[in-house]
Design a protein around this ligand. Sequence first.
Ligand code: ZN
Length: 314
Amino acid sequence: MSILSKPYFHDEEAAHTFLEGILWPLSKPICPNCGGFDKAYKIKANVAKKVRVGLWKCAHCRKQFTIKVATVFEGAHIPLHKCLQATYLLASSKKGISSNQLARTLEITVKSAWFLSHRIREAMRDSGVAPIGGEGNIVEVDETYIGNDKSKPKRRGYQHKYKVLGLVDRATGKARSMVVADVNAKTLLPIVRENVARESRVMTDDAGYYKKLGRHFKAGHGVVRHSADEYVRADDETVHTNTIEGFFSIFKRGMRGTYQHCGPQHIHRYLAEFDFRYSNRVALGVDDPERAAKILFGARGKRLTYRRTNIAQA
Ligand SMILES: [Zn+2]
């Protein structure tokens, strides 16, 4: 039986129960208005009386709510079971899934699919600011150019492309990437210092802007000489940036194949999506259902701020 035949992907009541199970510890309701724990009772859905599925009423503050309140799905005018299907599809497709394909699969408009997938990307976003790496860990650092930043004049070379800095912690397998304004020491070094723990060992290629990076890291700085066609150092095979380059190649294949048009205001969301899937990949012991559950867990406490007249605040 395919996992996509599970009731919570098709039935609204089951979808609410499923998400409640993920977001409410001990399956006891928590009121998003007053924080009251296990003090709410369920209101039976009734189409004739316009009582929605998944509605609860807090016995403490008397306010009504659903599990979608204070999550990225709040205000989405798409049934929750379709939101869960979309979450699973985005969690399990290695290169991502286009809004066109999502719209066809869920039988919703392309515009709705686009907004829904951005809600899910927001849930994937790592809200932690703790640096990656640490004592005994190696962190690879590299940058790449991607896409076509339409806010910049189109020229030869890289100037019109997005500049992306990527970090991968080899020990944990986790990736973190971000759009940067410039590729030079002044811009890159503070970002790397902020995002990588001081105890780590860092690896980069021999680009000039990383030259002074080593002095900030206690375990030093390995440099692979790409300019001399060197991809692994002969005298120390831990010195390479092949892991972060592998991450960039997955990201580029996905962006090219699935997300062709991406504006400057959205590129960070796609990076969050690829960071998330890479950091929770099968090789690290995370399977598709678990990855989808992690997204749903991250849906809490985040709201999307897109202004759109036909998305009302629930
Ligand atoms: Zn309450």
